[in-house]
Design a protein around this ligand. Structure first.
Ligand SMILES: C[S@@+](CC[C@H](N)C(=O)[O-])C[C@H]1O[C@@H](n2cnc3c(N)ncnc32)[C@H](O)[C@@H]1O
Length: 290
């Protein structure tokens, strides 16, 4: 048994393994390896070599421990946005990106990802560099903050939320922010009122959409001819970027989209693992030589 932060249950595992099965005899890149759930599933399915990349130094430490006795796995601290650079001159047959935050990151209060746990307004995947979310929350002019919440959180009440935040700052903690945001939403709702605000701040803090655009392009360049790219998105902003990138490559004759519609999790998986409910997997096959 492995011990450690094994609470992250990987989503759409079977579909990911099927998508990358033709690649398992060669190098596969798990570009967001996290706690190694998908990496492990690929190994169990016969993967011969996995480069397990993560931007979070804690995740890389955990991956190093988890796979210390398995020479097929090489954990690397890097951003998938920098592909193909972390690979040197190697060309993988498969790349997997499972976007967003891991359940372990969400459950670790000090990381500041959760509005349910009291922690600092951090939200960085790599907390050793860059500016934490507190800088946006406490320094952005109100109109810019509203624009950020609208654009990255698709928050309809962005102006009201931004106004309340600005009136009450400086804000120190996740739960304090969540309370302030909740004040802009009278009545009960299905989603916690802070959900969209936290999503927006996390995306902005980590420049996630830029990183995704850059990472998709880098992964496409990195792949060998005939290789496959599988991407799991968790909200429509990400999914749209993946869909458009794949379609544009297909139109340019650079390969084929293998998922006309995204693959979603079934009812059993969604019931067991709430993260799976919003997961959408798309797969692209790069054109073969000749
Ligand atoms: C949903 S989790 C992945 C979980 C993993 N598939 C598993 O089964 O355990 C997403 C991971 O991506 C990492 N991440 C976020 N942005 C990244 C980036 N630009 N480059 C590499 N990893 C990144 C996060 O630190 C997090 O560990």
């Amino acid at each position: 048994m492995t011990t450690g932060p094994s609470r992250h249950e990987p989503v759409l595992v079977e579909a990911v393994v099927e998508a990358l099965r033709p690649c398992l005899d060669e190098l596969v890149v798990d570009g967001t390896a996290g706690l190694g759930g998908h990496t492990q599933a690929l190994l169990d399915a016969g993967a011969t070599r996995v480069l397990a990349i993560d931007l979070d130094p804690d995740a890389v430490r955990w991956l190093t421990t988890r796979f210390q006795d398995d020479s097929r796995v090489e954990p690397v601290h890097a951003s998938y946005a920098d592909l193909p650079q972390p690979l040197g001159t190697e060309r993988p047959a498969g790349v997997l990106l499972d976007l967003g935050v891991s359940s372990h990151q969400l459950a670790t209060a000090e990381r500041g990802f959760s509005f349910r746990l009291e922690g600092p307004l951090d939200m960085r995947f790599d907390s050793t560099t860059g500016a934490p979310a507190a800088q946006l929350v406490n320094r952005l002019p109100e109109t810019d903050l509203a624009a950020l919440l609208r654009e990255y959180g698709e928050e309809r009440r962005a102006r009201a939320v931004a106004r309340r935040i600005v009136a009450r700052r400086p804000l120190e903690s996740t739960t304090e922010l969540a309370r302030v945001v909740a004040g802009a939403f009278p009545g009960r709702r299905r989603l916690h009122p802070a959900t969209r605000t936290f999503q927006a701040l996390r995306i902005a803090t980590n420049e996630e959409l830029e990183v995704l655009r850059q990472g998709l392009a880098g992964a496409h360049v990195a792949l060998r001819e005939g290789g496959r790219l599988a991407v799991i998105a968790f909200h429509s902003l990400e999914d749209r970027i993946v869909k458009h990138a794949f379609r544009a490559w297909a139109r340019d004759g650079e390969g084929e989209v293998l998922t006309r519609r995204p693959i979603r999790s079934g009812r059993t998986e969604s019931r067991r693992n709430p993260r799976a409910r919003s997961a959408r997997l798309r797969v692209f096959a790069k054109a073969s030589a000749g």
